[in-house]
Design a binder for this molecule. Structure first.
Ligand code: SAH
Ligand code: SF4
Ligand code: F3S
Length: 454
């Protein structure tokens, strides 16, 4: 009988959707090993932290959590604390010295071995570390216990080759590897057959997807993959994240507009509006090129929602360079933006640049950009008042269980009255009120198909 049998396990996930997806895979592996997954960390015998290294703040939160858990460890050493994911890969065994309460450290390539590492630690009482990248794991990506029964994440590639100068991801996730198109299609067909309505294709840079050998021997590119997935019956919606502007192909706007299941939304991180900063970031496009791509997308896909990521206070960012970002945001008018303060990361090229922007100024610039975007998002959302939107009902709203929550095709959050039995249905709603983050809706009188938010 396995050492983990009947033990209660809990996973706390930090970071991006790729980590969320890995956590589903980990849950599947643990259940295969006889564990019971619980939703309450307090009850766990095994506490797993699937971590993110993208900013110092993400790591600080994990360190705080491990210290708190360590204080709670009982005489039997419970809970066992396992740290996996990007922070494990970035720091390896050194984490054991900094965080003595840790029992297991498992790198991003070693996920299939995590249950065995936990068993070994339980059996011997020893600390177990494996952050090797000898045999990057691809194997059990399809399985796992999915969190939602309505929408599913499907990983189409791992890793990243771009080496943006600020970013740790290529160092902790390894080189870019695309999954085979046939495997992806097979997985999505399985999901559609089990009643999933929406899938999101996941990768750090989905537009550089090149999947191995199709029948005619060609590598399958992203637009072709979209076409294959769009042909799967039973599915209602297809999304994809993240798109890198340098790899958006000329065929992508047309593909989004032609393929009825592909939602009218693109997450297209710009990072900065200044060409000199973009060069220092190693992004390989200019602000003008970015604006051109958005113009083409808006032309070919009327009403497409464009969201982005922006970094404030990159090393050497001058007042003028910062103003270029403000101007670009005012010009593009994003539907939404995640805005971050620059955080120096180990291994990266930017860590060797002089960080000339003092913390106070970084915070000020961050605040300014967030305020600017909040105003734009609010205005755009409020422009939808009185309009109909198509929403996929996902389930009860966490803030008010008498309401349902879902997303429009443009990825806006909508809250509306309904029964939990409606989860998984596509509903036609009328927008009654809105703020920068949420549309408040009611059921539309007449059912009619709406293709986008605007
Ligand atoms: N692959 C995606 C993004 C992955 S990380 C892409 O290329 O767009 C998500 C976001 O975190 C990035 O878009 C960037 O805005 C932000 N980010 C990454 N490294 C950062 C750092 N060192 N400091 C602050 N923000 C960072
Ligand atoms: Fe990081 Fe750039 Fe890769 Fe995105 S594309 S994960 S920002 S290195
Ligand atoms: Fe974070 Fe790793 Fe994702 S560093 S953003 S969890 S790839």
């Amino acid at each position: 009988m396995s050492k983990t049998a009947k033990l209660k396990a809990y996973i706390r996930t930090y970071g991006c959707q790729m980590n969320e997806r890995d956590s589903e895979v980990i849950a599947g592996l643990l259940v295969q090993h006889g564990c019971e997954m619980v939703d309450d960390g307090e009850r766990a015998d095994i506490y797993i932290l699937n971590t993110c290294s993208v900013r110092e703040h993400a790591e600080d939160r994990v360190r705080g959590k491990v210290n708190l858990l360590s204080l709670k460890k009982g005489s039997g050493g419970k809970p066992l604390i396992a740290l996996c994911g990007c922070m494990a890969q970035a720091h390896g065994g050194r984490l054991l010295r900094a965080l003595p309460g840790l029992d297991v450290v498992c790198g991003t390539h070693r996920i299939p071995y995590l249950p065995a590492m936990i068993e070994e630690s339980l059996e011997t009482g020893a600390k177990v570390v494996d952050v090797s990248d000898d045999h990057p794991h691809q194997a059990p990506l399809r399985r796992g216990i999915r969190k939602s029964r309505v929408k599913a994440w499907v990983s189409i590639m791992r890793g990243c080759d771009n080496f943006c100068s600020y970013c740790i991801v290529p160092y902790v996730r390894g080189r870019e590897v695309s999954r085979r198109p046939g495997d992806i299609v097979h997985e999505v067909e399985g999901l559609a057959g089990r009643g999933y309505r929406e899938i999101t294709l996941l990768g750090q840079n989905v537009n550089s997807y090149r999947g191995g050998a199709s029948e005619d021997g060609d590598l399958c590119d992203f637009v072709r993959l979209l076409k294959m997935v769009n042909g799967i019956t039973g599915l209602s919606r297809i999304r994809f994240v993240t798109s890198h502007p340098k790899d958006v192909s000329g065929g992508l706007p047309g593909a989004i507009s032609r393929m009825e299941k592909v939602c009218e939304h693109i997450h297209l991180p710009v990072q900065s509006g200044s060409n000199t900063v973009l060069r220092r970031m190693n992004r390989n496009y200019t602000g003008e090129r970015y604006a051109e791509i958005v113009e083409k997308l808006r032309e070919e896909v009327p009403g497409i929602a464009v969201t982005t990521d922006i970094i404030a206070g990159f090393p050497g960012e001058t007042a003028r360079e910062f103003d270029d970002t403000v101007s670009l945001m005012e010009e593009i008018l994003f539907d939404g933006a995640y805005i971050f303060k620059y955080s120096e990361r180990p291994h990266t090229a930017a860590a060797g640049m002089e960080d000339t922007v003092p913390m106070g100024l970084k915070k000020e610039r961050l605040r300014k950009l967030i305020d600017l975007q909040m105003g734009i998002s609010r205005k755009k959302n409020r422009a939808l008042i009185g309009r109909s939107v198509e929403v996929l009902a996902e389930g009860e709203s966490p803030k008010d269980p008498s309401m349902l929550i879902g997303r429009t095709r443009g990825n806006r959050v909508a809250v509306f009255p309904g029964e939990s039995a409606d989860a998984g249905r596509i509903v036609s709603l009328m927008v009654e009120d809105a703020n920068a983050t949420t549309l408040y809706c009611r059921k539309a009188e007449r059912k009619r198909r709406i293709t986008n938010d605007q």
